[in-house]
Design a protein around this ligand. Structure first.
Ligand code: MRU
Length: 363
């Protein structure tokens, strides 16, 4: 996608064989590219959300395994401990463990291998995961655009889409998940407008989704998280599209905290609620998402402080009494029965076990 008119991915390998990423902590105020040269640095980048979003975390984890290969200098023990730290850097998005496990199962550790060709295979497998995820997101756009087209054909007026958090290209490699159908509709000339939930506490909607929509010229409006229900009651939302960090076998959806409240409002107001995700975000080992999906609890400072631009500098300001405790669940789970459909690269399917298993099961 475009940044000041220039096409970017969120992650790439540079001429030194190190990984470069867009450091999302400074957006939308500063565009910073970070060079990541070790597996430890990749763990830090994932934990501290220089990179974030389920798909990007997975791809970053894959490149982290490649960096672990470089760092381990042939020691199986060192490689294993670096890879274990990567796998648990963030717990909710299943893409991280999925990508790390795929690297291990397809390439394996250093034992008994020629160091140079092993490292090359690690790098190639990470590149493959990156391109596959990119293609999946593109196809999500091509599948999901049909929903927007149908609404436009009926309404003959701008289609208003509400989204929560950032399930855009910054959360992926390119295109995004929830935003992929929006970008495709915009490309096809269908008039769309996006309601962007600010998404407290880290404001990924206000900071990231708004920025990327602005960069691509897609009409949008940032709203406080509490506004969605009101808009839906007044017919101002035609559909909701969100992303997912993990979807269980029966179709329960873990996504950024607050997603469940949007699903409740959508259900009460008859607004279609879609979840866009690549098949790499399904976890068939889990059925009851409410009981079984691990929910990340992050530091209380993310709730107590807000980040913004002051006098040209990106600063954090305190919002509440310093001594008040805060609680920061990063994700919630929307039950399958509230989901109108799952937009995957293999088609739009019901949030039901048989549909999910038939699409993902063969992988
Ligand atoms: O905590 P984050 O910013 O990694 O959370 C991101 C989300 O919840 C996105 O909606 C999600 O990853 C789905 S799209 C890739």
């Amino acid at each position: 996608m475009l940044v000041d008119g220039k096409a970017y991915h969120t992650i790439w390998v540079n001429e030194r064989g190190s990984v470069e990423v867009i450091d999302q902590r400074y957006l939308p105020h500063k565009f910073v590219v970070e060079e990541i040269s070790s597996a430890d640095a990749m763990v830090k980048a994932i934990k501290e959300m220089h990179v974030r979003g389920a798909i990007l975390i997975g791809v970053a984890g894959a490149y982290g395994v490649y960096l672990a290969g470089r760092d381990s200098r042939g020691s199986g023990e060192v490689f294993e401990s670096l890879v274990s730290a990567l796998k648990v850097a963030r717990p909710t998005a299943v893409n991280l463990s999925w990508a790390v496990e795929r690297m291990l199962s397809r390439v394996g550790g250093p034992e008994g291998r020629d160091a140079e060709s092993w490292l090359l295979r690690l790098r190639e497998e990470a590149d493959r995961i990156k391109s596959e995820e990119l293609l999946r997101c593109k196809m999500i756009g091509e599948e999901g655009v049909r929903i927007i087209e149908d609404i436009y054909d009926r309404k003959k007026d701008t289609v208003n889409i509400l989204t929560h958090c950032n399930a855009g290209w910054l959360a992926c490699v390119d295109y995004g998940t929830a935003t992929a159908p929006v970008y495709e509709a915009h490309r096809r000339g269908i008039p769309v407008h996006v309601w962007v939930d600010e998404t407290r506490p880290r404001n990924q909607g206000a900071r990231l989704t708004a920025w990327e929509l602005l960069q691509q010229g897609v009409p949008h409006t940032v709203i406080a998280d509490n506004t969605g229900g009101h808009l839906m009651q007044h017919g101002m939302v035609d559909l909701v599209i969100v992303g997912a960090d993990r979807v269980s076998r029966r179709g329960d959806v873990a996504n950024k905290i607050g997603t469940y409240l949007k699903a409740l409002s959508a259900r009460d107001n008859g607004v279609p609620f879609y979840v866009a995700l690549p098949t790499s975000s399904f976890d068939l080992s889990i059925s009851d998402g409410l009981k079984e999906i691990p929910i990340e609890v992050r530091g209380e400072e993310e709730v107590k402080y807000a980040r913004g631009l002051y006098d040209g500098e990106v600063v954090d300001v305190l919002l509440c009494p310093e001594a008040s405790p805060a609680l920061n669940y990063a994700f919630d789970v929307t039950p399958f029965y509230m989901v109108t459909g799952l937009i995957t690269e293999k088609g739009i399917i019901a949030a039901k076990e048989d549909a999910i298993v038939s699409v993902v099961g063969g992988q």
